[in-house]
Design a protein. Structure first.
Length: 255
């Protein structure tokens, strides 16, 4: 049965090809060439928000593409985080999934904001990227004031604060933790839990829904979403808080 079908299909295909080839006119048909885009065509924007060190083609249609095409960004989803760049830092949250008869959605909300005092960057710039990560920079007068790395599928947000001072806004303070070489603070916002981790000599002060921090001898600061708040989970997330991703790549081959 299969061989009979293939024979019939092949004969039909050859017949179509023969007819098509016989109908092709000889020589070249007249044509035209446009030297500029038609008026109704919207050209790609010239402004790409990236650092001067990052050159070459700008990939589009990435989960973080808004960071390149907007002065700051629309909401982007690294999962589990959703994020939105601002002039004074980064707003983020862990969206709640909503399901109803019209479908499902997980809208972004600025549950937390990490700000640097006095920072008003003219733009958030992409300073690097790989298959799963993107690096951001907030330049300002006097040099870079804030850097961040986010990774698709990671529960961590990594920050570098050159000046050592940062403030988290929008969460309630729950607990403080001291480990051998790091300090952690547990916060809650919009029914989610967040762990702020810094090196051991860092200092934090909570007042209302603001957590002011000094990173001490280091400039590193990490924020994690935590699914549960038992001590074992807190210790696990704090232990790996500074294992930053390197260059991430994906590859495949056809079998």
């Amino acid at each position: 049965m299969a061989s009979r079908f293939l024979s019939t299909f092949s004969a039909a295909l050859l017949s179509v090809c023969s007819v098509t080839a016989a109908q092709q006119p000889g020589g070249l048909a007249p044509g035209s060439l446009l030297q500029r885009a038609p008026a109704q065509i919207r050209l790609p924007q010239r402004d790409i928000w990236r650092t001067s060190e990052l050159t070459g083609p700008a990939p589009s249609n990435r989960w973080w593409s808004s960071l390149r095409w907007d002065r700051y960004s629309l909401p982007v989803y690294s999962d589990p985080f959703s994020l939105r760049a601002r002039a004074d830092g980064l707003a983020f949250g862990w969206p709640h999934l909503s399901v109803d008869e019209e479908g499902f959605r997980a809208p972004h909300r600025d549950s937390l904001r990490l700000e640097v005092p006095g920072l008003q960057a003219e733009a958030t710039l992409v300073s690097g990227f790989s298959d799963w990560t993107v690096d951001l920079s907030w330049p300002a007068d006097g040099g870079e004031q804030l850097q961040s790395t986010m990774m698709k599928g990671s529960p961590y947000l990594y920050f570098t604060v050159p000046g050592g001072a940062a403030t988290l806004v929008g969460a309630d303070h729950l607990s403080d933790y001291e480990f051998a070489d790091r300090t952690a603070v547990l916060l809650t916002a919009a029914d989610r839990h967040y762990l702020v981790i810094a090196r051991g000599d860092a200092a934090f002060e909570a007042a209302g829904r603001r957590l002011a921090g000094r990173t001490g001898s280091s400039t590193e600061l990490t924020v994690a979403v935590v699914p549960t708040v038992d001590e074992a989970t807190i210790e696990l997330f704090a232990r790996h808080a500074f294992s930053r991703p390197g260059e991430t790549r994906t590859s495949w081959r056809w079998l």
